[in-house]
Design a protein around this ligand. Structure first.
Ligand code: GLC
Length: 733
């Protein structure tokens, strides 16, 4: 059966290719024609990406032009791509227009530039951009439509400014709670990362939203970057092939299947080989096994770092040779032209062939043609009113509202009724925009308050608006959580009925967020401990990029909300949930550890206990849901399995429920996880309404796992399907 399907597919593809006019061929002809005219210097320049900070007046990202440096980069070094700046929309437009005009009108062949940016949570490097929730927040919605809406707003606000290449989404697996980039991921589950990552890519690259421009997304960081042994960013990872294939690979495969145009490489090292020189992972796995023929981009300065930091090459030139031989097309050299020199020398020494260079240059030119840059290289400023439009701000609110997780609600402390309550709001993020938007907001580490979007509520603002009939007061805490006056704090707590404490982490990026202790900081715990001494209703609001340990203060809280970094609409969404105007529907996309030395994702093995504060998939609602009547039926030919399950809203208000379907393979040649997510969805139910879930699938396609050679293994035996505590077991022959 399987062979037949593949054969049929090949035949139909060949037929289609022969009859439909393939724009692909036209592009290929243009690429070949242009390539044939290029000098070696021009070719190598196309493989080089330079940071704007290298060509601006003050050597920073603030887009102040330095025409002489522009000329040196574009006319002398033939650089074909630039990245990373920050500023107002018009300044972006002027800057990129000047650069493009120089490339298109003053160079010999007029090849337009490819401008890259990290718009990972909205158009976050544009002053007028709508700052959306970060991925860890969005992932708790378990809703591809939520991520698609984020991608749409980002695409609309990015496209006109001339930034055709977005270094997003991260599809690394967020399985290491210490890792400082967990908040950039869609959580610890491979399927969730794959489905949400693909949703971003599909929408972001859909020209409907960016018309007349076309945009490229970038699946990053291939592969095995997110589980460094120490939890510190870019430090060595020890990942057996079987784990790499079972955990880290699926999301990248789904990203490629969604047509992602580019891939960025892992800056770390896997099993002793730096990602940027891994022929096994780039050429062998990404290119040959997965068939990716798009542009592979290095991460920042990472080819030279193979030598300078990983000590995994014998010179920068050696690193350059190995990176290109591994399959890298473009070097994000950022602030050095050495890559160009090394490549020229390697060719002169016969160590590198021009035909290998041509392979990469063709991919780059093909991408530029695909993006329509030869026809339409210039930005435009006639639609800037779309930035932070009411629609986009409403979307920012909606995304946060759909993603915030109600972790604890003892005696229904939430929602709070607006009946003359005395509500104290405190903690490091109580009256801050910067803390809610997180890092990568106008600056790498998050811009200071005065540069944050003005039309955005802080949590205090939002609560004061949400509770007009109550007395909402603010006691500000230092950004690191320390108290200026314990006496004043105690007095404020005593004078309140409810104490809402924001706890978590100030924004951080990459290695700046390395920690050696997952515990929440002591000054912040002290806020909770002091408040806990009084008989008040205590609510924690967690604003953080990873699950900081709060085990010892958790009992003090009556209610706990997780918001991650919820963005420009985050405060309003939190206030709406706290007041009951919105019913929370988020669920944890990661396991929330209870102990510092016991941090493991939910798909742990049988011979390992898993004791979390909250499990993957945990999230409460103001209503209640009941799961009943789970049934599994195998078709007579054993090829199809039908799962039936009833999910009811047994409460008194409408609510959304994410259902998670797991399976367990009882025994396996390679030990199997205690459970593995294989399907999920989100449904809205009115009080008393029941959703009859009917899910049909092919066991031999779902109940499989990769061995150490990435061969898919299906082993007949006993399989148990689980949903919200219900189980149904089936024996497969
Ligand atoms: C950073 C990050 C990468 C980002 C790139 C450009 O170091 O690792 O995710 O896209 O540099 O800013």
């Amino acid at each position: 059966m399987r062979f037949y399907l593949i054969f049929a597919t090949i035949v139909s593809l060949l037929f289609l290719a022969s009859c439909s006019p393939a724009p692909k061929d036209e592009t290929e002809k243009k690429v070949d024609d242009l390539l044939s005219q290029m000098t070696l210097d021009e070719k190598i320049g196309q493989m080089t990406q330079i940071c704007f900070s290298e060509i601006t007046l003050n050597g920073d990202k603030n887009l102040d032009m330095h025409p002489e440096l522009f000329r040196q980069a574009i006319l002398e070094n033939h650089v074909g791509s630039f990245l990373s700046g920050t500023g107002p929309a018009q300044k972006w437009i002027d800057f990129i227009s000047t650069l493009q005009k120089m490339a298109v009108e003053e160079t010999r062949l007029g090849i337009p530039l490819l401008i890259g940016i990290d718009h990972i949570h909205g158009a976050n490097y544009v002053d007028e951009g709508t700052m959306l929730p970060h991925n860890i927040t969005l992932s708790c919605s378990f809703d591809p439509d939520v991520v698609s809406r984020a991608a749409r707003v980002t695409a609309i606000e990015t496209a006109d400014l001339g930034m055709s290449w977005n270094f997003a989404p991260v599809v690394d697996l967020g399985k290491n709670a210490y890792w400082p980039r967990l908040y950039e991921t869609f959580g610890e589950d491979p399927l969730v990362c794959g489905i949400l990552g693909s949703s971003f890519i599909t929408t972001y690259q859909d020209p409907e939203h960016s018309n007349p421009y076309k945009l490229a997304a970038c699946a990053k960081h291939f592969i095995g970057y997110s589980d460094p042994r120490t939890g510190h960013d870019r430090t060595p990872a020890e990942i057996p092939d079987q784990i790499l294939y079972e955990h880290h690979l699926p999301a990248f495969v789904m990203a490629l299947e969604s047509g992602v145009k580019t891939v960025m490489v892992n800056s770390g090292e896997v099993n002793g080989i730096p990602g940027h020189v891994s022929e096994k992972l780039l050429k062998g796995l990404l290119r040959e096994k997965l068939g990716f023929d798009g542009v592979i981009l290095s991460d920042i300065k990472d080819i030279s770092k193979v030598y300078n930091e990983h000590h995994g090459a014998f010179s920068e030139k050696d690193a350059t040779l190995r990176a290109i031989n591994a399959g890298i097309d473009m070097s994000m050299s950022c602030n050095s032209y050495l890559f160009i020199d090394f490549v020229k020398e390697l060719i002169a020494e016969g160590k590198l062939t021009e035909s290998r260079i041509d392979e990469s240059v063709k991919r780059i030119l093909r991408l530029k043609f695909d993006l329509g840059l030869f026809d339409n290289p210039y930005p435009r400023n006639d639609r800037l009113n779309r930035m932070q439009s009411d629609e986009h701000l409403q979307t920012a609110y909606y995304l946060a509202e759909q993603s915030i997780v109600l972790l604890k609600n003892q005696e229904n402390v939430l929602p709070i009724r607006d009946t003359g309550q005395r509500i104290l709001v405190t903690g490091f993020a109580a009256h801050s925009r910067k803390m809610l938007n997180g890092a990568w907001t106008l600056e790498w580490l998050g811009a200071e308050e005065e540069r944050q979007p003005k039309n955005m509520n802080t949590l205090f603002d939002a609560l004061a608006t949400e509770f007009p009939n109550s007395d909402v007061s603010l006691l500000e805490i230092m950004p690191d959580g320390t108290l200026e006056s314990e006496k004043e704090y105690r007095a404020a707590v005593v004078a309140s009925d409810y104490v809402i404490i924001t706890l978590g982490e100030e924004p951080y990026s990459e290695f700046k967020g390395n920690i050696n202790d997952l515990q929440l900081t002591e000054p912040q715990k002290k806020l909770a401990q002091i408040a806990g001494e009084y008989d008040k209703k205590l609510v924690f609001v967690l604003i953080q990029g990873r699950p900081r340990l709060i085990t010892d203060i958790e009992p003090l809280a009556d209610g706990i909300l997780f918001a991650g970094y919820p963005g420009q609409g985050g405060a309003d969404a939190l206030a709406a949930i706290i007041s009951g105007k919105a019913n929370p529907s988020g669920k944890l996309s990661f396991s929330y550890p209870k102990h510092p030395n016991h941090v493991t994702p939910y798909y742990h093995k049988a011979f390992q206990k898993n004791d979390n504060l909250w499990d993957f998939g945990h999230g409460l609602s103001y209503t209640s849901f009941e799961y009943k009547n789970i049934e599994v039926d195998l078709s007579d030919d054993g090829k199809q399995l039908t799962l039936n399950l009833d999910i009811s809203n047994s409460g008194t208000i409408a609510g959304k429920e994410t259902f998670l379907l797991f399976f367990r393979q009882e025994k396996g040649t390679i030990t199997r996880p205690v459970k593995k997510l294989f399907h999920f969805g989100k449904i809205e139910l009115q009080p008393g309404e029941t959703h009859h879930l009917n899910h049909v699938f092919t066991p031999s396609e779902i109940f499989v796992y990769p061995d150490e050679n990435n061969n898919q293994i299906f082993e007949p035996g006993s399989f148990t399907i689980m949903a919200h505590g219900l189980e149904a077991t089936i024996d497969l022959p």
